[in-house]
Design a protein around this ligand. Structure first.
Ligand SMILES: *Cc1c(COP(=O)(O)O)cnc(C)c1O
Length: 486
């Protein structure tokens, strides 16, 4: 099952290519290349045949796991199927060979698409303007908080607090910290939504922004969102939406209608662009009318002569990314939006919510689902606290055992307000049969946890690599092969 390193396959003198004998090959390199350019040491490349290379890398590729291979219920990440037509479209030569330094006159087509994309995102969200520049959700948060900062500086107000619910993604407090704000935690109530009393106690004249994820990371809609917006605006602060969970209400609810001043989209999540393993992503930022002036430059605008990149916005926070963002991700999301249309988007959120509730109701028979007074939206969280106390088997052990069944594990130990959490997001692109197979696997693992807990604790059993020392892997990161003694 294990694959050797390509360096271990190496045999001195073996070659993966055959080139025709060139005239110059008669002469030694020393005759042709000046001494100072000649390599002194060994090159250190593996010496393998062409077929060895093909088998080595195809073998590795088959050990990888992706959404094209199996169910990937990674909560909060929206690992939905990525339609292949989008890949085809972005690889059309006219997109592929565009250069960012090309004269705008020769790039009118892409500018028109980016202009339309902004309009589509405005339509979906109700926001006034959208910048497509930020490279991911977290980058969108940072951009929006820099805008909020500029907004209050302009008004000569020194507000230094950003309010973040305790169920929020870790990027929210990190972004506030990076922008020089103090991050203040707001507690959740017993229903798993924002505690209004705690919020009121923490909002004052120093509050700049409240960051809200809606539906929140428990998959629950913040049904007091209008009251929250009221409290925040009364205090002169701004309401920010972490838009990672847009899949839950796409085509049904517009964030601007519940009082959002600033927000980010995760195009790679909601609008189906392959992601994971660190990228690529796209995190456009939407702004209400009063905040649009602070959006990054450039913005794509239209005049009588056509589309152009406008760098002249007076209050802009400046550039946050080279050129105009991750265009290929934006293009895939654009195709996805255009192909689905308004009705299609509604179906996305309907089926995402249906799938999550189906799975939740079935798993609830065996597992504890905290905060389940209300139906969830597109995702839900189960707790393995009781399983752990009775059997010693943890959420992490169950995640590892799921690998043996060919499932990617759910998100673990998040949100932090649930002990031994597994956060499950099936997405709209899975069939009932797949969801049933997942339930069967979870029920079997539950049974195993009670009957032979050690077996679960030693999982995975069927994969090339068993348990990794995750702490060591993080602390002593080695991503490059080194010859021993090198
Ligand atoms: C994914 C996610 C983020 C961060 O987005 P990235 O695109 O990964 O930077 C922020 N908040 C929530 C709730 C998320 O799920």
């Amino acid at each position: 099952m294990t694959e050797k390193l390509i360096f271990e396959l190496s045999q001195d003198g073996r070659r993966g290519y055959t080139l025709p004998q060139a005239e110059l090959a008669e002469r030694e390199p020393e005759e042709l290349i000046p001494e100072r350019f000649l390599r002194k040491g060994k090159i250190g490349l593996p010496q393998v045949s062409e077929s060895q290379i093909a088998r080595h890398f195809c073998g590795l590729a088959q050990k990888n796991f992706g959404v094209d291979l199996g169910f990937y219920p990674l909560g909060s990440c929206t690992m939905k199927y990525n339609p292949k037509i989008n890949e085809k479209l972005v690889r059309l030569p006219r997109f592929l060979f565009l250069h960012p330094y090309q004269d705008v006159q020769d790039a009118q087509g892409i500018l028109e698409i980016l202009y339309q994309m902004e309009q589509l995102l405005c339509k979906v969200s109700g926001m006034h303007r959208v910048s497509l520049q930020p490279a991911a959700g977290a980058h969108g948060e940072l951009t929006a908080l820099l805008m909020a900062k500029a907004f209050f500086e302009e008004k000569k107000e020194t507000r230094d607090k950003v309010l973040v619910p305790d169920s929020a993604h870790g990027t929210n407090p990190s972004s506030s910290h990076l922008t020089g704000f103090k991050s203040i935690e707001v507690k959740s109530n017993e229903s798993g939504t924002i505690d209004l009393d705690d919020l009121k106690a923490k909002v004052d004249e120093n509050a700049a922004v409240m960051m809200v994820t809606n539906p929140n990371t428990l998959g629950l809609f913040e049904k007091d969102i209008l009251a929250i917006a009221e409290i925040i605006h009364q205090a002169g602060a701004l309401l920010y939406l972490d838009g990672a969970n847009l899949n839950a209400f796409l085509g049904r609810v517009r964030p601007a209608d519940f009082g959002v001043d600033l927000m980010h989209f995760n195009l790679h999540k909601t609008f189906s662009s392959p992601h994971g393993g660190g990228g690529p992503g796209s995190g456009p930022v939407g702004a209400s009318e009063k905040l649009s002036a602070y959006l990054p430059v450039p913005m794509v605008e239209r005049s009588g002569e056509g589309y152009f990149l406008d760098y002249t916005r007076e209050h802009s926070i400046g550039k946050v990314r080279s050129f105009y963002g991750n265009i290929d991700v934006i293009l895939k999301a654009y195709c996805y939006l255009r192909i689905l249309g308004e009705e299609g988007l509604k179906e996305v959120s309907t089926n995402a919510v249906l799938n999550a509730n189906y799975l939740r109701e079935r798993l609830k028979k065996t597992f504890e689902v905290p905060y389940s007074q209300e139906r969830s939206l597109h995702e839900f969280v189960i707790s393995l606290k009781e399983v752990k106390s009775k059997t010693g088997v943890t959420a992490g052990d169950i995640a590892k055992r799921l690998l043996d069944f060919g499932f990617h594990p759910p998100t673990m130990y998040f949100p932090l307000i649930v002990a031994e959490a597994l956060m499950i997001e099936p997405t709209e692109t899975e069939s009932k049969e797949t969801l049933d197979e997942f339930v069967a696997a979870m029920e079997q693992i539950y049974q195993e946890a009670r009957e032979k807990p050690e077996y679960v604790k030693e999982a995975p059993h069927n994969l090339p690599i068993r348990r990794l020392d995750e702490v060591k892997a993080a602390r002593e990161l080695k991503v490059r092969w080194q010859e021993s003694g090198d």
